[in-house]
Each structure stands twice: as C-alpha cells, then as structure tokens.
Design a protein around this ligand. Sequence first.
Ligand SMILES: Nc1nc2c(ncn2[C@@H]2O[C@H](COP(=O)(O)OP(=O)(O)O)[C@@H](O)[C@H]2O)c(=O)[nH]1
Ligand SMILES: [Mg+2]
Length: 308
Amino acid sequence: MVFGKLLGALKKTREVLTAGLSRLFSIGRKLDEDFLDELEHVLYQADLGPVGSQIVEDLKQAWKRREVTEVAQVPAHLKKKLIAMLDGAAQPIARSQQKPTVVLVVGVNGAGKTTSIAKLARHLQQQGNSVMVGAGDTFRAAAVEQLTMWAQRLGIPIVKQHTGADPAAVAFDAVSAAVARQVDYLILDTAGRLHTQKNLMTELEKVVRVVKKVLPSAPHETLLVLDATTGQNAIRQASEFSKSAPVTGLILAKMDGTAKGGAVFGIRSALPVPVKFLGVGEGVDDLEAFAVEPYVDAILQFESQKPA
Ligand SMILES: Nc1nc2c(ncn2[C@@H]2O[C@H](COP(=O)(O)OP(=O)(O)O)[C@@H](O)[C@H]2O)c(=O)[nH]1
Ligand SMILES: [Mg+2]
C-alpha cells in the first residue's frame, strides 16, 4: 500500500516527534508556558525549525484566547495547523500540451538526482507515458553508466555521449530525439553543482538555452532534488540554488531513515515551490507523489498518547 510505504519511510521522524510528544503528554500536564516551550523544542528536533516556533506561537495565541485550554486539544490543533501550512504545496508533475514534456533535474552531487530520475521514469511509465532520458551529467563517468543501467532496466531510450562531453550538446540531442520520437516525457539529468560554482551555474544556464532553442516552451519543469537527511543544509541549498535556476518543483529524496522528515516545512518556507515527490528508498518504486494529509499523518500519530 502506498500510504504504508510513506508511513514506513517517515518512521524516524514520527518517532522523534511522538517520543517527545508522549513525554510531554504522559505526565498529565497542564497547558501552560512551560508545556508550550517544551513542545517547541520537540518540533525543533524534528527539523521543523522556524515553522515549529510559528506553530507554537499560534498555539499560544489560541491558548490566550482560551480556544485551546487543555493538553488533549493540542494534537488536533497541531495537525490542523501543519496541514494548513502546506496548503497548495502538493502539485502533480507538469504535462505540456505538445510532446514531449521536458523535465530538467538539478541539485548538488549525491542528492539523489539520477536515482530520482529512474524512479520518476518508472512512475510516469506506470501512468502509461512513454519516457526517455538524457545523460547530462557528463562530468563523472559513473553517472552516465548509472543512468544507462536504469534505462536498460526500465526499457527506455537514453541519449548520451562520452564522459566530458558538453552537457548542452547532450541536451540538444536529447530534446531533438524526444521531439522526433514524440515521447511523452524527456527527463534530463545534470551534473551536480553548487550555487558557488559559477562556471557550472553558467553551464546550466547554457543547457536551458539550448533546450529552448529546440523546444521554446521547454523545460516545462525544473525539479530540484534535495537530500532530506541534510536538514538545514537542504534548506540553504533550496534558497541558494533557486537564485540561479528557475526551480518549479522539488523532489525530497531520502525521506526514509532520517528523523529530519519535517524539513519539508523549512524547505518550503525557504523556497515556496510545490513539492512534487518524496524519495522513500533506494529502489525504483520508492517514490511517492507528495500529498499533504498523508504526509502530515505520517509524521504525527497520536493514537498512543494516553497518559502513562
Ligand atoms: N535511502 C535512500 N537513498 C537514496 C534515495 N535517493 C537516492 N538515494 C541514494 O543516494 C545516493 C546518491 O544518489 P544519486 O542518484 O547517485 O545522486 P546524484 O549524485 O544526485 O545523481 C545513491 O546511493 C542512492 O541510492 C532515497 O530516496 N532513499
Ligand atoms: Mg547523478
């Protein structure tokens, strides 16, 4: 079950949140300043960052207005607030009127770009689309091999050149081939880069220019892949990266096995673009289309929070 996988992936985040919360709830406490301060600390540990403080501030106001008077009302309030904060955050991947829809995938090395491309290709295939990939990370020999391996497994065409080739030339070939073949989606891999690597950022701009030369409406989607395990670092990357690349959506990879699954909130406040997908494992099926309520449900579960 889809929701089961998300629930499994977000286990650590949920544990940090609920362990902290059940500690708070177990001693039969009163709703007071101390309680709210501790709640803020628990939210902070789950990497909710400034969003946690915002929520607690909101809760304090509700408490002062006597809308929330006891601890038992806190969970529902919290959940409602978290869901409201992500209003509009979930959106499906773009689909262009004319084929192909070109998806450019960017992010720093190791974030999970190539793996996410394989997962995304699989996801799109399962929805009945024809998919093609372009091996635009020409810097690392292993990168082209990695994408080639995935393309073979998925049975999809790949456009590639030798290591060290001009990524813009690969992009040109790939978009041309995708137009000629009229595939539904072309997903373009790119070399990892930091915003500080000026020549690489310039190169990315060149890739976009060349893509537009073949297909003026493209890229239809520029997805930034962020490694959720890096927490605050991912938040920094999101804001810095977006200055140089017109990011239209996020893929948050490695949501599994990290307690920093709450980073979605912080990342969204740094870069308010839609979250398209969550990476929940290394396998090709480990990608979940982002949906707000299932996500919030997966990081917050209150069933077991009865006073001990
Ligand atoms: N656990 C986990 N590992 C992931 C996920 N996405 C990517 N990885 C791993 O992260 C590492 C780097 O991924 P890769 O796609 O090569 O990153 P790239 O350099 O951005 O292309 C690989 O070992 C992947 O298997 C994910 O959602 N969960
Ligand atoms: Mg890669």
